[in-house]
Design a protein around this ligand. Sequence first.
Ligand code: TRP
Length: 333
Amino acid sequence: MSATRIFSGIQPTGDLHLGNYFGAVRNWVALQEGAADTIYCVVDYHAITGGIDADVLPERALQLAGDLVACGIDPERSILFVQSHVPEHTELAWVFNAFAAFGDLSRMTQFKDKSGRAKHVSSGLFTYPVLQAADILLYLSDGVPVGEDQSQHLELTRSIARRFNQVVGEDYFPDVQTLLTEGKRIMSLADPERKMSKSLGDKHYVGLMEPPKRIAKKIRSAVTDAGGEARDELSPGVANLVGLLRLAGEHAAADQYAEEAKRGDLLYGHLKVAVADAVVAMLEPFQERRAQLSNADLRDLLADGASRASAIAKPVMEDVRRLIGVGARSINR
Ligand code: TRP
């Protein structure tokens, strides 16, 4: 069964990097070619669960939207918008709090990870997956492209939908399919045992909009291994670079470098130059498109996205209020 409406979200943590691109955004772009509607959301209400930063959040949301368009999210073909511009997301999340099982939420591994690291553990961090379920179901979406780390949240989304349908006695929300984004994870350049992430620090990631010289420098400084020895398996750093080369489209070169590395006669400097060249070339059209988008353009495009999203969200929220017996219309009936 294939999905008819696809929804996904991304947190406005700053500029996109190669890990976001290969792990999610590239797939979002490809899904626009299919028959399903595609709805992509910058989830600023999720971002506040990790702390408030009113001075930078609006800028980050706008920046991220610009990066998404530059990568090929087509704001005409897809609905691209910012979560907080459609207030029904948080309203539905509150309703879903009554349907999510506390025990299920307690088992969310992402909560355990994040709360272990946070100084202030907000209850928003705990109910984060409930808001995620609301994002998805507010559009009656039935397909959600995500990485493996989000499977558990989608499992929760399905159990919220099922419980809702059962309680109200109507098959209202669809069963949501997880569209797992395959492809290997991009690891940090400076610590290739960990997933590429902005939060690790500047030298760990390559931002999609970084100047070519900086990109080349970061890749040149990537951690590899001492080299010069035959090995059965590539070390994590070398595997990551070879993987990047392949993802950037240089399959033959990637195969060749991998073989040389296994034989122990690869000069890592050559591999790094090849990776940097391929990545810079791949990013060039994105960077050109990004440079042409003004903040005014982006604001217009997000306003349009929010109004198209609202047109779907409002009637769904009306239905939900009616089904659970809240809202002015329920009383006035
Ligand atoms: N939790 C997701 C992440 O961290 C982001 C997200 C929020 C999301 N709402 C969503 C993803 C809805 C898919 C669908 O990556």
